[in-house]
Design a protein around this ligand. Sequence first.
Ligand SMILES: [Zn+2]
Ligand SMILES: [Zn+2]
Length: 744
Amino acid sequence: MTSARPNYDAAAIEAERQAAWDREDAFATRLPDDGGAGAYIKPSSPFTSGKLHMGHVRDYSLGDAYARFRRARGDAVLFGFGFDAFGLPAEMAAIERKVPPADWVERCGERMLTQMKRLGFSFDYERVFYSSDEAQYRWSQWLFLQLLEAGLIYRDDATVDWCDHCRTTLAALQVEDGRCWRCHNEVRLIRRPTWFLRIAPYLEENDRGLAALEEGGAWDEISLSTQRYILGRSDGVEVDVADVDGTTLTVFSPHADSLGAATFVMLSPRHPDVEAWAGDAAVAEQLDELRSGGWERSARDAAAVPLVDTGLAAKAEFAGGALPVLVSPLVDARYGPTAVLGIPSADEADAKVAARVPRLAGAEAAEDAGAKADVRPAVRYKAADFSISRQRFWGTPIPIVLCESCGPVPVPEEDLPVVLPRDVEPTGEGNPLAEMPEFVEVACPRCGEPARRETDTLDCHFDALWLWVPSAVPPHARDAEMFSHPELRTWLPSERLVAGSDSGGFVFDQRVVTKALRDIGPFAFMEEGEPFSGCLFHEMVIADGRKMSKHLGNVVDPDELVERYGADTIRIAILYAAGPAKTLNWNDGALRFASRFLHNLWEYTRSRRELAAKAPIDPEAAADTEFMRDRLCKWCDNGLARITADLEELQMHKAIRNVTRLLERIQDFEKRVVKRRGGLSRVDAEALIAALELLARVLAPFAPHIAEALLLADEGDAGSEAVDLGSWPERLDLGAAASGAGSR
Ligand SMILES: [Zn+2]
Ligand SMILES: [Zn+2]
């Protein structure tokens, strides 16, 4: 019996396939048979923002096609993710709606999961988690304690925006034109103690690792270049000058050939020895102002960046004597928290700086200073430590108790988690945690005296440091074995990260933390300290040449598209419209193309199947067209090889083009046979059907619903679950019957 469905009915087909996947638990993670490595394909971790946008659809369509392809090839695949559920956007959305952020996040997550299932994404939904779950952030706190003990987390003053009216610090996102997002009063900068992540010890290794990743060939060019950009490597030399006390100050320059032409020395305000250059009270005050000022925004512009002349000089024989010492965050913006030589004749930015310092007016580079200096090759990195704590409610509580006599004391591991109250509705005023005595008041774990809990919470960037780990651990084992479960060795490092090109910062810091956890112990099995052996970054989806926004009225809603065209059409359209490295300017052209292709394929396959059943058995005709079937085999095998190679490289737009070409070839075979013989004999019709079946199999990673429905119909029963839908074809096999002239 053939299915009675006359036309391509995406809604019915997709509902039926999704129900079958659910029944069969089709996407449950299966371990490799031989105990070897599995392929962990890691998509973006979505913010619980409310609903999926087209960027998500692009991300997950890419990852899903790859995951389905790898499963079809017989690989054990883990395709899982968790929600990045803490953070300011969720807190602000909850404030706006006057609900606890916990409720808002849960509602958003459920809705997004429904959308994902409707789009047919083959995640292991059992492994989905929220970073805001107690069982989850307990491990963020554990990680904090591990890094603290390893000396990779420290507390220091940082400059933050403060609103006097709302009595709260503000994130950059909450300051609009120097005013508070909530009350619109002016904000001011204050200094307060903040927790920092120290990344400097791993910068060099992150740099070295890039060469190996590039050689491995599974990191695409965008992902590599974002890593290089964030690292900000400068090659040059370093040399010693004598500081105020006559002790050594090492200075860097990228201009190895021009050291003798140096006219000043410049220090970062974060240089460890900067205090020694504070000089008199007026300079000390300027320095202090510089260090607490909001200089980030102008730090890259040499003509405007804040600049302090210490009035002091450093001894440098190689440059003819004494070099005035300046302090400026321009150093940080170019080379990190170091000290550099200013060489106006070799460096445009240095020339702009020199022009602003009266003491340097008319300063000439020493002529042939001549003195030999001990010059060593050196490297500097722009990437630097960053703050990880926020004065916000909706985040992982920092497991620290502040004691008057002991200082900051870590909460003992057995007392984790420090629980974040869930039924709180923040208003945006003050920090709700600081006003809850039941949260704040606690005995010091060290001396037992009354003390206060740290009320800052961790920025969600900190949660993200290990957000790629939990999927690799079965949910029931996460409480006890999050960082020690044997499955970690099966799935890590992740075979492929598929994420937006704006994820470079996350990935960089995830690479740092993997190395730290390797050295601390839990990740010792990842010798390279790299969390991802492969990485594909894709660009964003825009519309009408502009970023999608409610304000512009150009937001494309995935739900509406699915409703109208079906999930398979959307998936094909978004994958086909542009290669991952290109920004995708959404338009109806790709949709029309995808819709037309799937409709044609459906009609053509079904009509030819009916025809094949009736085609006459004709040995003479079969012998006459054997060379055509041979050619069909060659076409199919070539197409298959190309599509396979495209999929291996996640170049899904090329793969889909090759799928459509394959259909053209198959149709061309029919035309030629008909032209020669006036119709299809049974053998030719069966060859045609076999080729169409191969086509359905290679289409399955991109449009899984229609592909499976076509394969099932091929078996004569649309409801059957017995057909093997999964396996990737090796070649077009027409069997012995189709090749022998006299066999039919
Ligand atoms: Zn305010
Ligand atoms: Zn104490």
